[in-house]
Design a protein. Structure first.
Length: 489
């Protein structure tokens, strides 16, 4: 099994679903539960004392109505602020309180308000100390408010820069207080890859963060794979977080049958992970994710950093294995430098990979990973297998528009700036720019066309976010996914 990275399980339904709780506890590095699910937290810890169990709490919204047992899914309940602290509510330019999109029971909080931040931390700590919790999962820690509303209409923070500063102020207060009490503070950082410098700065106040749109932002098979430049940004983010001693939780949007995306995300994690990164491939946070045979492959310890081959593919060698990823838009052939097995291959010395596909291999015939075949392929072809090819990559929708519906993402970013690759390459590293391209492209463009495309993506994302939130609303008596950042990140 790959000890270089672990696994995450998000169980946010009420009641939470664990078809095989003991198995989940032993396989997982992290499990996230609703705040009222203390009994399940205790069962998980009993099954595996080493699993880290985190309590879900929204950081930037106040829920109206408590969940089971009178416990809130947000650090501060709307009722606590309603009359006693009206200044804790984020208001629009007309002075009206802002709710998250169509969810009128989730009130956006003024995250820059020091009193709100202190109360949030105090409430969360009290809940953490009441059960077997290892820490808090801070949802909706976003680098933009566009997931929930039009930023220009926010009176206090009319742009991303001002909203980021306010969020930073919340983290600077709440993070250290949670950590000083011996508990973990891990945030779901919205649009991390679009704002890597901001996210890295925020990590100083936290124990780690989640990127919920890791290498693929759409739940639709074949759609939403990030271009190579964005893939590199996310690989860099893992390396930067681990270099700071922080934890990185990567979530790839992939349905239960989308083995291409599941394997691609896992292999991408293995390109950079060194012990403090964990992974989840899924769109349904109410069910166990598919467990790939590649997760159990005995690849050993990393033998070095990832290497760019020059044809668009990347490899990383391990003491007993090899990981290959092709984030490019072209089909490439990769020579392994030896015989390897896994991902449908047996004693293969090379393979042909379609765009957005990957292999997790072990040396010789020690394969523990079963066949992952392309649709219609009856058997793997030694030396030239063809993994399933994606139907499209494309650009993730920006936070303020409608578009294709994703099953369960939490936050979706806009296109990130070109980062300096961290992986080894024979080419000169791409220079990081202070400007973000208007559209997801390797070229920087500010044309009317690219701006329009970015705006359209934004509209699609906002619509999608509405469909992927999971939070408990007492009045409606439903369990909604309080999707941590804008449901698509």
């Amino acid at each position: 099994m790959a000890d270089v990275a672990g696994h995450v399980r998000l169980a946010l339904a009420t009641p939470s679903q664990f078809p095989a709780l003991t198995t989940t506890a032993k396989r997982s590095s992290y499990v996230v539960l609703q705040a009222w699910d203390t009994a399940k937290a205790a069962q998980l810890k009993a099954a595996n004392p080493n699993v880290t169990v985190l309590m879900y709490q929204n950081a930037s919204a106040m829920a109206k109505g408590a969940g089971a047992g009178g416990v809130y899914s947000s650090g501060v309940g709307m009722e606590q602020a309603d009359t006693a602290h009206p200044d804790w509510f984020l208001k629009d330019t007309s002075g009206k309180r802002i709710t998250e999109g169509g969810y009128d029971w989730l009130y956006m909080a003024d995250v820059g308000n020091a009193s709100y931040a202190s109360t949030w931390a105090a409430n969360v700590l009290a809940r953490l100390n009441s059960g077997p919790w290892d820490g808090v999962f801070m949802d909706d820690v976003n680098t933009t408010a566009a997931y929930h509303t039009d930023p220009s209409k926010i009176a206090a923070y009319p742009n991303d820069a001002s909203y980021q500063a306010a969020t930073r102020a919340l983290l600077a207060i709440a993070g250290p207080r949670i950590r000083a009490a011996g508990k973990l503070a891990i945030a779901n950082i919205g649009s991390w890859s679009e704002n890597p410098t901001v996210a890295k700065d925020w990590l100083q106040f936290l124990d780690g963060g989640m990127d919920e749109m890791f290498v693929k932002w759409s739940a639709t098979p074949g759609v939403g794979y990030r271009p190579a430049i964005d893939w590199k940004t996310q690989i860099n983010a893992i390396q930067a977080a681990e270099a700071m001693g922080k934890r990185y939780l990567a979530v790839t949007q992939a349905g239960g049958d989308d083995t291409q995306a599941q394997l691609y995300g896992w292999a991408s994690v293995l390109m950079a992970a060194n012990k403090t990164t964990a992974y989840l491939a899924g769109t349904n946070y109410n069910a166990d994710p598919t467990w790939l045979p590649e997760y159990d492959a005995h690849i050993g310890d990393p033998a070095g950093a990832a290497t760019a081959l020059g044809n668009g593919a990347y490899t990383r060698k391990f003491s007993n294995g090899l990981v290959v990823v092709n984030p490019s838009g072209s089909t490439v052939k990769v020579a392994f430098g030896g015989a390897y097995s896994g991902s449908g291959l047996t004693n293969a010395t090379s393979a042909t990979l379609a765009p957005d596909t990957a292999l997790v291999l072990t040396k010789g015939d020690q394969a523990t990973a079963g066949p992952i075949l392309a649709p219609g392929d009856p058997t793997p072809v030694v030396d030239s297998p063809q993994p399933p090819s994606p139907s499209s990559g494309g650009t993730p929708p920006s936070p303020s528009s409608g578009g294709p519906t994703a099953s369960a993402p939490v936050t979706q970013p806009a296109p990130p700036a070109a980062p300096k690759p961290v992986v080894t390459s024979t080419k000169k590293p791409v220079k990081k720019t202070t400007k973000k391209p208007a559209t997801k492209s390797t070229k920087k463009s500010t044309s009317t066309k690219s701006k329009a495309a970015a705006k359209a993506r934004a509209a699609r994302l906002a619509k999608q976010r509405k469909k992927t939130k999971t939070t408990h609303h007492a009045k409606a008596k439903t369990t909604k996914k309080v999707v941590a950042k804008a449901n698509r990140r």
